[in-house]
Design a protein around this ligand. Structure first.
Ligand code: SF4
Length: 445
């Protein structure tokens, strides 16, 4: 929970934020508005007059975690407002916790704020309750998530996000650029662009053109990246769907305008499984494109996620996936054993994979990729990497290179970070001296 504000005479709200970066941005917006209205944000259940729980409902384990968090808030405080993805399944929440005050879905800011007002009327003093221009951030001061759209037009058979968040709705590009500008003026050094599908940005508004800083920009991924490059900070793209037009942004990466980093979920490599997933299936073309991207931008880091044990996946199809890993030589990879999500079309597919087989395939997959990731990190030993410092820990600085997104990738441990005078938010050139399966080790001086 965020640090409490100065006054003790104000209504106090506790906040529990679960789920993905999209949910985190929703939490930031709600928290910002609560502070604007004079609410005090407190870090413990005991101090709170009411508790808001922003939930996740993506997979069964996230549902369980959300229900547990609601239960804990009910037991510790008793006045609980629920919002977020799991809010779309009111019956599930009501059944487990009938006493919650209100339930709303993702991005339903009005409902959450209305529920807080009903439980705890605001007392606003604009002279005391100053909110930074950048709003309340849950991330460190030097990086921030930038949400460019809501919803998704795809219908991947394992996913229920479109039914929870609806079809794609893009924010106008000038609005996003203004928000990014404000963030960088507030000290942000790295912008993490998020959405459900970053490469589809603007398709719903037919790439409408808008003005920013006296220049026309289309509401389109490439134009957005060009605008963001004017701000002189790192820009990292997440959740890029494997469309052919991803090719368009590789030159921006090669020119240093955009971090040479693609978070692009491939999910599988067998054309038949990809078809069952309702995802692009031409894996040969994907491999060719990866090769071309790397030719144009040799520093490119590719992060991806995969699902193993999808219904009907045969041993041979799983082997195709392992072969793809060998060919693609991805830098960072996350994987999940398929788990049926309530309401997903994939649940109706025949031949579910036995749980033990799924786990065995997941272990083989991770083992195969661990060797690849470790070798790719080892190849950086001896190089100098531009890094952004996240924290100082004793003598060490914990930093990230251009290849490392916060929370999901590794770090660069700088052994002489304190001696070199590094501080969180600083950029520094680090000589890489060693590596392991996840992290790099180096020195600044
Ligand atoms: S692209 Fe992502 S959010 Fe959209 S349906 Fe597929 S998995 Fe879900």
């Amino acid at each position: 929970m965020p640090a409490p504000a100065a006054s003790s005479a104000n209504p106090k709200v506790g906040f529990v934020s679960l789920g993905c970066p999209k949910a985190l941005v929703d939490s930031e917006r709600i928290l910002t508005q609560l502070r604007v209205e004079g609410y005090e944000l407190v870090p413990s259940y005991d101090d709170a007059d009411v508790v808001v729980v922003n939930t996740c409902g993506f997979i069964d384990s996230a549902v369980a975690e959300s229900l547990d968090a609601i239960g804990e808030a009910m037991a510790e405080n008793g006045k609980v407002i629920v919002t977020g993805c799991l809010g779309k399944r009111e019956d599930v929440i009501r059944q487990a916790h009938p006493g919650v005050l209100s339930i709303s879905g993702p991005q339903d800011y009005d409902s959450v704020l209305g529920a807080v007002h009903a439980a705890l009327p605001p007392r606003h003093d604009p002279f005391i309750h100053l909110v930074p221009d950048t709003g309340i951030k849950l991330t460190p001061k030097h990086y921030a998530y930038l949400k460019i759209s809501e919803g998704c037009n795809h219908r991947c058979s394992f996913c229920i996000i479109p039914s929870m968040r609806g079809d794609l709705v893009s924010r106008p590009v000038d609005e996003v650029l203004r928000e990014a500008e404000k963030l960088t003026m507030g000290g942000v050094r790295e912008l993490l662009v998020i959405s459900q599908d970053t490469s589809a940005y603007g398709v719903d508004v037919r790439y409408a053109e808008r003005q920013w800083r006296g220049r026309a920009y289309q509401t389109r991924m490439k134009a957005l990246c060009e605008g963001l490059s004017e701000l002189g900070v790192w820009t990292r793209l997440h959740y890029v769907y494997p469309y052919p037009h991803v090719d368009d942004i590789i030159p921006l990466m090669a020119d240093g305008k955009l971090l040479p980093y693609l978070d692009i979920p491939f999910q599988h490599a067998s054309p038949r499984i990809l078809k069952l997933m309702k995802r692009p299936g031409a894996i040969d073309k994907t491999l060719q494109r990866i090769r071309r991207w790397r030719e144009a931008c040799p520093e490119l880091t590719i992060r991806s996620t995969f699902i193993v044990g999808f219904p009907g996946e045969t041993e041979a199809e799983f082997e195709e996936l392992l072969d793809f890993l060998d060919e693609a030589q991805l830098d960072r990879v996350g994987a999940f054993a398929y788990s049926p999500v309530d309401g997903a079309k994939a649940n109706d597919l025949p031949d579910p994979v036995d749980e033990a087989v799924k786990q065995e395939r997941l272990a083989r997959f991770m083992h195969r990729q661990a060797g690849i990731s470790a070798a790719r990190l080892e190849a950086k030993v001896g190089s100098v990497q531009r890094c952004l410092v996240d924290a100082i820990d004793g003598e060490l600085a914990i930093a990230r290179s251009m290849a490392d997104a916060p929370e999901i990738d590794g770090v660069v441990q700088v052994q002489d970070g304190r001696a070199a005078g590094l501080r969180p938010g600083d950029f520094a050139d680090i000589t890489i001296l060693g590596s392991d399966a996840h992290d790099l080790y180096g020195e600044a001086l």
